[in-house]
Design a binder for this molecule. Structure first.
Ligand SMILES: [Zn+2]
Length: 353
């Protein structure tokens, strides 16, 4: 099955092309004049690479991946799923969003995560020796990156030496490290250890300038999951958590030139404070990122070309000859009107919406 989309502007990761024709089977053809089985007139709409949500959880199974796909999210970076047989099964699903996974995250024994129903004991890490053993198990599991939950200090979370050991061991194995941090204290622990990507944004205060400058210096990337911070702040307002702290931190990241990626924390996990919908929530996240100071074009890059670069997802986040045809067709102009007017979604060239 081959498809031609005519009269379509193509987003190349930083700008839209003039209206043209795009032809694809399982991957995008070099010859855009090729004859196709199906022809779609885009009427001047925009073709985006399938979106990438840089923070999801796969809990319900294939239904989560179907919801992602329906909303044009063709790749999800899972930030904690188990057991391994389930993760491997989800990685092999066809015709839906594809996932990569951290498998089991590392958490301190005193924190909230260690008490979430069904959290596996092998994710609890208390000292540098256990940290190295934990990373060894993730490597054996085929984890695509290592996820750490940082807290300000024990007894809630792991101490600095343990977090440092996790990062060092993961880097020795060539794995990227992402750190969950929802308070300024947890951010400082993550930054001190040299993690590659911070997940979430602080809800207790705007992150201080020195920590932001350090992040810039070491090339840290942020996935602020503003959708999750908004939902969580509303639930825990009595504890002094405020969404504005997370939003203003993102504005400061943007001003400092720190790369920001779109991620939602979409989940349906028992014990999670808030559960963004799979797929739909990424469009909300893009709106929140724009409200925090990203341009619409920067927001589109934060869900396409940028996560592909950071996470080394070769062949994703772009539309070019030979790349897998994971595509999202949007009516109108997403650079002004956003991405919700979905006119079609293709996964490896098969139309799923
Ligand atoms: Zn999460």
């Amino acid at each position: 099955m081959t498809t031609a989309i005519e009269n379509v502007r193509v987003f190349d990761g930083s700008a839209m092309s003039e209206p043209r024709r795009v032809v694809f089977g399982e991957s995008v053809f070099a010859d855009d004049a090729a004859v196709a089985d199906a022809v779609v007139d885009a009427a001047g709409g925009v073709l985006l690479p399938g979106l990438i949500d840089a923070h999801v959880h796969t809990v319900r199974g294939r239904a989560d991946l179907e919801d992602l796909a329906r909303w044009g999210v063709t790749t999800g970076l899972d930030m904690g799923a188990w057991p391994l047989a389930f993760v491997d099964d989800m990685r092999r699903q066809k015709g839906v969003a594809q996932i990569l996974s951290a498998t089991i995250p590392a958490v301190g024994s005193g924190g909230h995560h260690a008490r979430m129903p069904g959290f596996p004991a092998e994710g609890i890490v208390n000292n540098p020796d256990e940290a190295r053993a934990f990373v060894g198990r993730r490597v054996a599991d085929g984890a695509d990156y290592v996820k750490i939950v940082t807290e300000a200090a024990p007894p809630e979370g792991m101490d600095q030496a343990t977090v440092n050991a996790l990062v060092q061991a993961a880097h020795e194995h060539g794995l990227l490290v992402v750190a969950h941090s929802v308070t300024t204290g947890a951010f400082r622990v993550a930054v001190e250890s040299g993690v590659d990507v911070s997940m979430h944004a602080p809800l207790d205060a705007v992150l201080d300038d020195d920590t932001i400058a350090r992040m810039r210096e070491i090339g840290m990337v942020s996935v602020p999951t503003l959708t999750m911070m908004e939902g969580t702040a509303n639930l825990f307002a009595a504890a002094g958590f405020r969404y504005e702290y997370a939003r203003d931190t993102v504005t400061a990241f943007h001003d400092a030139g720190i790369r920001v990626l779109a991620g939602t924390d979409a989940n349906s996990a028992a014990g999670a404070p808030f559960a963004p919908n799979h797929g739909e929530s990424l469009h909300h996240e893009l709106d929140l990122l724009v409200a925090a100071g990203l341009t619409r074009i920067e927001a589109l890059a934060s869900a396409t070309s940028s996560p592909a670069q950071v996470f080394g997802l070769g062949g994703r986040g772009a539309i070019a000859a030979g790349l897998r045809a994971d595509l999202l067709l949007v009516d109108g102009d997403p650079a002004s009107g956003g991405t919700r007017n979905i006119a079609g979604v293709w996964i490896a060239g098969d139309r799923v919406r």
